[in-house]
Design a protein around this ligand. Structure first.
Ligand code: 26Q
Length: 808
């Protein structure tokens, strides 16, 4: 049932403005109105939360706890209004009160508590878990600063802090009465008492973890769930009078720890950095979460012995892996269980999702750091490691396998192996990725315990990524599929396939795309002063900047096109605009060079009259969720061009497909499953397959041979050395491709090997674009067959095959 009419919303907003800011709607600023909107919707969801909690307790339902160091939520106002089915009423109420609804939505900052795919996935899954009425909660850190804001200054990335909480905190409900204490360092003292060995930690540094809950609403249900974000506080104020007792320094230390722990999100994506503050963040959030789950469980059931029957903990990559020893600590030290019982319950409660096969992203923490920072957890990890190693030895009698599967090895703790040992399930995030995990990365573990290894192909929140952001397409889909079934049954999109030969429908589809492109062009002009030609092909690559994602391959092709245009000004028959958006990790020098290269090339092309109305390159500053929401509906070509075998799944690929863009891609990650439903005829595939990549590398890859053989390739690589009109040389990138540098081999990601095949795919794409009906038909098939990439499907698979919880 919808909680508001337009009138009741107007009154609620007016009252909120009065109570919180002492202002009438006439006096209130946009900021104050945005907060009032958040508070009004928050109230509704908070009230529903009370009912949901009662029901969970009454029916003793099993709960899912989704732990992730990242939740990339983006904006919430339009989303919550959509899910509560009051979006039209909210728009109207705002206009009646003298505000522009679009301005109020636009003023909300993104909650950028994540880097990219892994963080956005967690946000999409929270929506689906709630819509499927699964009793679930997300857990993370309430970072004061989310992912940095990116500015481009003279072509280069500059990072600025992202202070999202000023306005964003309006969604949060602090729960100080549910605070938990987390202990770091200290020394362990063991003693015997009535036949039991007790362990206490003395002189530890304590930090208070205070929950700030963000309630989220599901669609088409009264069910709500919470995202619990932990904020760090000092347990005691720094008090000079403690000085004499030697406690002053301790208090100061705790204050310093509390001030830094929740300060900032680490901006490295797909790359592990062994920083002690990062380990502190991980344990802080894990320990607070496990304590809070255990406390609630005890409160309901009076025992932890049935913990695994009523709880399942899903860990988003290895970042929350410390849940395993932390559960053991609580079961043994606080509930008095013996090792075997504690291990049995732990290994039935935890499941692990892997999101990457890149070696540099696998977490390995120095044992010395673990030992000093988390002495009791370290003891437990040692015991887990020893028992696991024994099990492996007894199974294989093979020292190479023992070494490969070890948890503690060479002075490091390998978090993935800890998760495999301590979890009931391990899953990859696309068919290909899961096969690579089973046959390669975790081969030995999989032969020993094959039942643990599963696949759950990623999915996206199709209500946000289609219905909410692309109203034109949403209306057409509803009309053609007979209502709004597709919102809860995404496979209903398939009904669109029936219109493949309906000229009128294809023309309407094209008109919607055209209008979306014009709208995006308007936005780009207004906010960035960029002039986009809506007649041009919008060819888009947006994602984090990483060498394996091969933005540089896209650039090489654009250089080749540009050079072709120099030779023959008629070489390009249809205007082509290449759009890029990407943040680089601040310490990733090569990635930053590639951003600069894109900007140098964009500038060159901008200033060359030959390119006018033919070729354009635009780097969109500060790519983030809310920019993606504007861009996806306007995109025509989706670049998904990672080296095969490297991209675990990708989720941007799904967002483009659902909005009718056609994919130029390699057979990598979920592109493989896209190809399964689309066939060769509805996407532009190119490049080596994953097994061919392995073979080429094994047999010795020599990119110089390609350089000397292929004139087009040689000419555009040479252009990197010479640079463009801004005088910056990219000889460093040239050297990396041909000779390697800084320990990495020449052309590590096989750009040159795939270059020719990529250029051909681009040509096929441009030829197809020249046939609008053909193009629109392919676009329609893409939308029609995107239903399997809905997060609802993915979450239902987790619920059925891993969590064993019922769902709608
Ligand atoms: C680890 C330790 C220390 C500091 C940072 C990190 C860290 C942080 C973020 C390591 C990795 C990440 C992010 C990984 C990620 O986003 N992976 C992507 O996950 C998506 C969802 O499954 C997939 O679609 C993408 O293919 C995958 O790259």
């Amino acid at each position: 049932m919808t909680p508001f009419t337009t009138q009741s919303l107007e009154s609620a907003l007016t009252a909120k403005l009065m109570l919180n800011f002492g202002k009438t709607p006439e006096e209130a600023t946009d900021q104050e109105m945005m907060k009032a909107c958040a508070l009004v919707l928050r109230d509704v969801m908070a009230m529903r939360r009370v009912e949901v909690k009662k029901q969970i307790r009454r029916q003793q339902q099993k709960q899912v706890h989704y732990l992730s160091l990242e939740f990339l939520m983006g904006r919430s106002l339009m989303k919550n209004a959509y899910n509560l089915e009051v979006l039209p009423q909210l728009r109207e109420a705002l206009e009646h009160l003298g505000f522009k609804a679009a301005d109020i939505f636009e003023i909300e900052p993104d909650a950028g508590l994540g880097n990219g795919g892994l963080g956005r996935l967690a946000a999409c899954y929270l929506d689906s878990m709630t819509t499927l009425e699964i009793p679930a909660a997300g857990y993370s850190i309430c970072y004061e600063l989310g992912i940095f804001k990116q500015k481009i200054v003279e072509g280069q990335q500059v990072e600025l802090p992202d202070n999202w909480k000023d306005l964003g905190a309006a969604w949060l409900l602090p729960k100080p009465e549910e605070a938990q204490t987390v202990q770091f360092g200290g020394t362990l003292r063991e003693f015997w008492d009535d036949g039991h060995l007790h362990i206490v930690n003395e002189n530890a540094t304590s930090v208070l973890a205070v929950p700030c809950d963000m309630v989220v609403a599901g669609y088409g249900t009264d069910h709500v769930n919470t995202l619990r974000l932990w904020d760090a506080r000092s347990t005691k104020p720094v008090d000079m009078s403690l000085f004499s007792r030697g406690e002053y320094l301790k208090a100061a230390e705790e204050e310093a720890m509390a001030a830094t722990i929740a300060k900032v999100l680490y901006p490295e994506d797909n790359h592990y950095e062994g920083k002690s503050l990062r380990l502190k963040q991980q344990y802080f959030f894990v320990s607070a979460t496990v304590q809070s789950i255990a406390t609630k469980h005890l409160d309901t059931y009076g025992t932890l012995k049935n913990f695994h029957e009523k709880n399942v903990i899903q860990i988003n990559d290895t970042h929350p892996a410390l849940v395993i020893p932390e559960l053991m600590r609580i079961f043994i030290d606080e509930a008095g269980m013996d090792w075997d019982e504690a291990w049995d319950i732990t290994t039935k409660s935890v499941a692990y999702t892997n999101h990457t096969v890149l070696a540099e992203a696998l977490e390995r923490w120095p044992q010395s750091l673990m030992e000093s920072l988390l002495p009791r957890v370290w003891q437990i990890i040692q015991e887990i490691s020893a028992r696991w190693q024994q099990k492996v030895e007894d199974f294989y009698h093979d020292s190479a396998k023992t070494a490969n599967m070890a948890i503690i090895w060479g002075g490091e703790v390998r978090m993935a192996n800890l998760c495999i040992a301590g979890g009931m399930a391990v899953n990859g995030v696309s068919g290909l990725h899961s096969e690579i995990l089973k046959k390669d990365v975790f081969r030995d573990a999989c032969s020993m315990e094959p039942w643990k290894f599963q696949n759950v192909t990623n999915g996206i929140d199709h209500r946000r990524w289609l219905s909410e952001i692309n109203p034109g397409l949403d209306a057409l889909v509803k009309e053609l599929t007979g209502g709004d079934d597709y919102l809860l049954q995404p496979l209903a999109l398939q009904k669109l396939d029936a219109y493949a030969d309906d000229k009128a429908v294809l023309e309407r589809l094209a008109a919607i795309k055209r209008a979306n492109k014009e709208e995006f062009a308007l936005y780009a002009k207004k906010t960035r002063g960029v002039i986009l030609n809506p007649d041009a092909i919008f060819d888009v690559q947006v994602k984090r900047l990483h060498e394996y994602k091969r933005q540089l391959l896209n650039v090489l092709h654009i250089i080749a096109l540009y050079q072709k245009l120099q030779d023959d000004p008629n070489a390009i028959t249809h205007p082509h605009t290449f759009l890029f958006g990407a943040k680089a990790a601040p310490g990733y020098a090569v990635a930053k060079r590639i951003i600069r290269l894109i900007n140098s090339l964009a500038d060159q092309i901008d200033h060359d009259p030959i390119c006018k109305d033919k070729l354009q390159v635009v780097f969109l500053e500060n790519y983030r969720v809310s920019l993606a929401e504007r861009l996806m509906p306007a995109s025509e070509v989706s670049q998904q061009i990672s080296t095969a075998g490297k991209e675990a799944s990708g989720t941007g690929n799904m967002k483009f497909m659902m909005n009718g863009a056609l994919t130029i891609g390699t057979l990598d990650g979920a592109n493989v499953e896209m190809h399964d439903v689309l066939g060769d005829e509805n996407m532009f595939l190119f490049g080596l397959h994953a097994d061919e990549v392995s073979r080429v590398k094994r047999e010795g890859y020599v990119p110089q041979r390609l350089y000397s053989r292929d004139d087009t390739l040689r000419r555009c690589l040479d252009a990197l050395r010479h640079g463009f009109r801004d005088g910056v040389s990219y000889d460093d990138l040239y050297q990396r491709l041909l000779f390697g540098a800084g320990g990495s081999p020449a052309d590590e990601y096989l750009l040159l090997a795939d270059f020719d095949s990529y250029c051909q795919a681009e040509r096929r794409m441009a030829e197809t674009y020249a046939d609008p009906m053909q193009w629109n038909r392919m676009s329609l098939h893409n939308i029609a067959r995107s239903g399997i990439f809905a997060a609802d499907r993915a979450v239902a698979e987790y619920a059925d095959n891993i969590w064993h919880v019922p769902h709608k």
